[in-house]
Design a protein around this ligand. Structure first.
Ligand SMILES: NC(=O)c1ccc[n+]([C@@H]2O[C@H](COP(=O)([O-])OP(=O)(O)OC[C@H]3O[C@@H](n4cnc5c(N)ncnc54)[C@H](O)[C@@H]3O)[C@@H](O)[C@H]2O)c1
Length: 422
């Protein structure tokens, strides 16, 4: 069996490797030449996928990469893992899906299974993918098979990976679901079939909307606690001891990554065509997207207490990836915070062990070497709590630390250092 995976990113590469490890022949298709070259040379650019695994699978002939879509002719199944970002006007940008499906259309053949994995609005598989594939004259559920199966990969998660994270699958017809389940059985331990592709699309949006809304609630709680001079972290830690009916979510400097800030907007966009406003999504998006401003306002107040202005202050941002222990800076709130502080005249450096250089403010900043010490900075701002950060020397040298993640929990600051929490 040969499987093609279109899009070899954070989702497509781990999936390809898992299929290949299960003994299937996998051809990854990507338009980015450097990724194709890296894979064929046995190099992984995704932190969770060790290069050694890629190298071994490539050497065995189980895994290869190309930018030539004609390999689809010999492929029994194809999984689409291309990006689904937002346009500048915050509408779904499904152009990557359309482009991938247009290529599949050219090579669709009898017996082929097509699975869309990219997160998207309910109806995409039935209303956008199916009509294009049906134009070939082949009949879905008989000549070819089509399903949606959302990707749940959590980059940086040490416990859950592609294999042990249950996977939801919804086919356009019952036989399509059966075929897709039979394929994913090779790579995933637990499969969860649902009755339709739209239901599967909605499952993914529920999961990420649930997170976005609960993080929005935690962020608003942080703002309310700030007004009331209550420690929000202490409140959540104590509430967390309730053994039922409560699930802790934590505030932070804002949402980041390719999923949580974006996916709920796919759902609210779809509902607009039904003249329905997704109120929870709009409210949470509003609160979450304002968190970088809240952080900057708190940094401004903290510097003010030291008789300093943001203008001219030297500020070190610790962690620019959107979450701990990953290198991905897409939609990272650190970028907004750096932009806002820079606009107010701050002099910015950043330190992130996973991000050697950062393109921001129309320039490329390089990773500050923490071994040089942090005593020269007026404020150290913790945006991402990477496990690799050793806060002991930071506490010993810094004058002021603004901690947006409660990363210094349990650590005692010396009299020379003031710690301000979100
Ligand atoms: N990153 C995550 O944690 C995560 C988790 C769950 C779901 N998702 C969803 O999975 C999808 C993919 O996300 P990702 O993070 O892997 O994206 P990514 O940007 O890391 O990778 C996408 C890859 O697709 C390639 N590509 C783009 N258009 C192409 C085309 N027409 N043909 C071939 N290759 C093409 C790009 O070069 C890139 O390598 C998105 O819909 C995303 O929302 C992502």
């Amino acid at each position: 069996m040969q499987i093609a995976v279109i899009g070899l990113g954070y989702v497509g590469l781990p999936l390809s490797v898992e299929f290949a490890k299960a003994g299937l022949k996998v051809v990854g298709i990507d338009l980015t030449e450097s990724k194709v070259n890296d894979i064929n040379s046995g190099v992984s650019y995704v932190l969770d996928v060790p290069s050694a695994h890629v190298k071994e699978l490539v050497a065995k002939g189980q895994l290869s990469a190309t930018s030539d879509f004609s390999v689809l002719l010999q492929s029994d199944a194809v999984c689409i893992c291309v990006p689904t970002p937002l346009t500048k006007t915050m509408d779904p940008d499904i152009s990557f899906i359309v482009s991938a499906v247009t290529e599949i259309q050219k090579y669709l053949h009898k017996g082929m299974l097509v699975v869309l994995e990219s997160t998207t609005y309910p109806g995409t598989t039935d209303e956008l993918v199916l009509p294009r594939l049906a134009e070939t004259g082949l009949k879905v559920g008989e000549d070819f098979f089509l399903a949606f199966s959302p990707e749940r990969v959590d980059p940086g998660n040490q416990k859950f990976n592609t294999r042990n994270t249950p996977k939801v699958i919804g086919g356009v017809t019952p036989l399509c679901t059966e075929k897709a389940v039979a394929l994913y059985k090779h790579a995933v331990d637990t499969l969860v079939p649902v009755s339709s592709a739209s239901a599967a699309e909605m499952v993914k949006l529920l999961e990420n909307t649930f997170r976005a809304i609960n993080i929005g609630l935690a962020n608003e709680l942080a703002i309310m606690c700030d007004h009331l001079s209550i420690d929000v972290w202490e409140v959540i830690e104590a509430a967390k001891t309730k053994p039922f009916g409560f699930m802790p979510f934590f505030p932070g400097p804002g949402l980041g990554g390719h999923c949580i800030p974006i996916d709920p907007l796919y759902l609210s966009w779809k509902l607009k065509s039904y003249n329905y406003t997704a109120r929870f999504i709009e409210l949470a998006t509003n609160i979450n997207s304002k968190m970088p401003e809240h952080v900057v306002s708190k940094i401004n107040d903290a510097l003010n207490d030291d008789r300093k202005s943001v203008k001219g202050s030297k500020i070190l941002i610790m962690g620019v990836a959107y979450k701990r222990d990953v290198s991905d800076v897409r939609e990272s709130p650190a970028l907004d915070i750096i932009g806002l502080l820079h606009k107010r005249g701050a002099i910015i450096d950043y330190a992130d062990p996973y991000v050697p250089s950062l393109h921001v403010l129309n320039q490329t900043l390089s990773n500050y070497d923490l071994a040089k010490g942090v005593g020269q900075f007026d404020c150290v701002v913790v945006i991402t709590d990477h496990a690799a950060f050793d806060f002991k020397p930071i506490l010993a040298q810094a004058k002021l630390i603004f901690d947006a993640r409660n990363a210094l929990k349990g650590q005692k600051a010396p009299a020379t250092c003031r710690v301000v929490k979100l």
